[in-house]
Design a protein around this ligand. Structure first.
Ligand code: 1QQ
Length: 432
């Protein structure tokens, strides 16, 4: 072959190889922070139907342009080499369905916080103490992380009941607490050191009931509720929301935490032929209630509170879980840009998708680290003040602010179980 023809062929081959190796341009330009901010709903007034769109290329691109935390604040320079926070979580017993994923969420956040240098030279340590799901366990764990481990802030406890028992200890010692899953009335009212990043049931359930009325034409219900603090508190919120929406309550029955047979109560309720069944229960009992209600022939919607937000309820009830409706603070289809990053990192770390409890615990760790960074101090009072000032922080839960009363301020979603997963309730998902 002629030498110049050979050179020509080599140049063409080289160009082809180079073109194949250059990465494709991004599918969509990364939106600026201002655009992402504008896309986030800002009020909690209209919670019901958020479209069940999957994570889009645009939100994936946005995820790359945003970071957890407040990197615009000055890097801390006065922190000790190690800063210890406590996590009081129910990682054994019936609450472990929530506590185990909370632990994973916090550990993932701590690992990212340290790897990114978010606290400057300082490393964050989260000491996790098992509350065992009891009030005594929560009191012992809270005392240990504060007195023995010298935690400058605490994430937990898992249940509101345990928060009522243990948070007064932190309040008395002026240690800030973020409840990652406390949804009852009276949590932040325990004192000015008590925060939560879990939406209270009073912010979630009214929107859930309204969506059920609007999309499923429910006119009357039967209620089954438990005697534990969480389930009884949730029941009160449900009852108010049902009355506000003029839904007739045909029957109300109760059970005790730990019960396994709900057939007697369910038989009475189902005999009244309610359009829907409202269940205020923790996950372990909820899985059994759903299974038994379906076995007794109840085919209508089953509406639950935060206790049902665990995918373990779906696993326990199997096919029977189809049509279960639960309001939530977060769903895996969330369009919050940092949610996409969080889901990917969690899936990579644990080989399983996160749930709402993992998202809230992960976010709580970033909130606590942000307050520590902004305070540039391990003085719990300074950390408390920095927490109270958090406004419009990008998190997997969306734009996050603590309101004046230390409650989270972001909109809820309503979910329905379809094909074994929590998806957003829409006119379409309501139907099939
Ligand atoms: C509470 C709850 C539970 C369901 C948390 C796991 O919301 O105790 O307030």
């Amino acid at each position: 072959m002629h030498k110049s023809a050979l050179t020509y062929l080599l140049v063409v081959f080289f160009l082809l190889v180079v073109t194949a190796c250059v990465p494709a341009p991004p599918l969509a330009p990364a939106p600026t922070q201002a655009v992402a901010r504008a896309a986030q709903p800002t009020t909690s007034a209209q919670p019901a139907a958020v479209p069940a769109t999957p994570n889009t290329a645009e939100s994936a691109a946005a995820a790359g342009s945003l970071k957890n935390g407040d990197w615009a604040s000055p890097a801390p320079s006065k922190l000790p080499l190690t800063v210890t926070i406590g996590s009081v979580l129910g990682v054994t017993g019936d609450v472990a369905v929530y506590g185990e994923v909370q632990k994973k969420g916090i550990e993932l956040a701590v690992q990212q916080i340290n790897a990114s240098g978010y606290l400057g030279q300082s490393k964050l340590t989260a000491v996790i103490e098992d509350s065992t799901g009891t009030n005594e366990g929560a009191i012992a764990a809270m005392t240990k992380v504060i007195d023995a481990e010298k935690a400058v802030g605490v994430i937990g406890p898992t249940l509101s009941a345990q928060a009522f028992a243990a948070d007064p200890i932190a309040q008395a010692k002026s240690i800030p607490v973020i409840g990652p899953s406390n949804t009852l009335v009276g949590i932040v009212e325990m004192g000015n050191f008590i925060f939560r990043d879990s939406l209270p049931e009073s912010s979630v359930i009214p929107g859930t009931i309204k969506a059920v009325v609007d999309l499923l034409d429910v006119k009357n219900v039967g209620i089954l509720w438990g005697n534990d603090d969480f389930s009884a508190g949730g029941y009160k919120v449900f009852k108010q929301a049902l009355q506000d929406n003029r839904i007739e309550i045909l029957d109300e029955e109760t059970f005790a935490r730990g019960d396994v047979d709900f057939n007697a109560q369910l038989t009475k309720i189902i005999a009244k032929k309610p359009d829907a069944l409202v269940v205020s229960a923790l996950a372990t009992e909820a899985g059994k209630i759903i299974t038994q209600a379906r076995s007794l022939g109840f085919a209508g919607p089953i509406v639950g509170g935060n206790g049902l937000n665990s995918p373990t309820v779906i696993q326990a009830a199997g096919q029977g879980a189809e049509g279960v409706i639960v309001g939530a603070a977060w769903n895996i289809a969330s369009q919050a840009p940092l949610s996409v990053d969080f889901i990917n990192a969690y899936q990579a770390a644990y080989n399983a998708p996160p749930d709402q409890f993992a998202a809230q615990a992960y976010t709580a760790a970033w909130l606590m680290a942000t307050a520590i960074r902004q305070a540039d101090s391990v003085d719990p009072k300074a950390i408390r003040d920095a927490l109270a000032a958090i406004k419009n922080l990008d998190t997997p839960l969306g734009k996050f602010s603590f309101s004046e009363d230390r409650n989270p301020n972001h909109p809820p979603v309503v979910q329905i179980v379809r094909n074994g997963h929590f998806v957003l309730l829409t006119p379409e998902t309501a139907k099939n």
